[in-house]
Write a protein that binds this ligand. Structure first.
Ligand code: SF4
Length: 83
């Protein structure tokens, strides 16, 4: 049985996006829009265990904090793109 988790994502302007609308980041962090927009790029999945939960009421209030544009700086948060 394939127990690998798959993250499907339609945001093809992201560095981690891949063919078939797949996310190839080795980990991602989803948070509230409010928290995401207030934190620097370094605050991402690697620090998730030490962060407080950020509850919201709808999907419209969430964001993928791991997003980075294709020409953005990808090394600052420690996330790896799987091949
Ligand atoms: S890091 Fe986030 S925005 Fe980028 S492809 Fe993965 S899920 Fe989508």
């Amino acid at each position: 049985m394939d127990e690998k988790q798959h993250i499907h994502c339609l945001v093809d302007s992201c560095h981690y996006w891949s063919q078939g609308n797949m996310c190839q980041a080795n980990e991602i962090m989803v948070t509230s829009d409010t928290f995401g927009s207030s934190q620097p790029e370094e605050v991402d999945a690697k620090r998730a265990k030490s962060l407080s939960p950020t509850p919201v009421d709808s999907c419209m209030e969430t964001c993928c904090k791991t997003f980075i544009s294709k020409d953005g700086e990808t090394k600052v948060d420690g996330i790896q793109k799987m091949t």
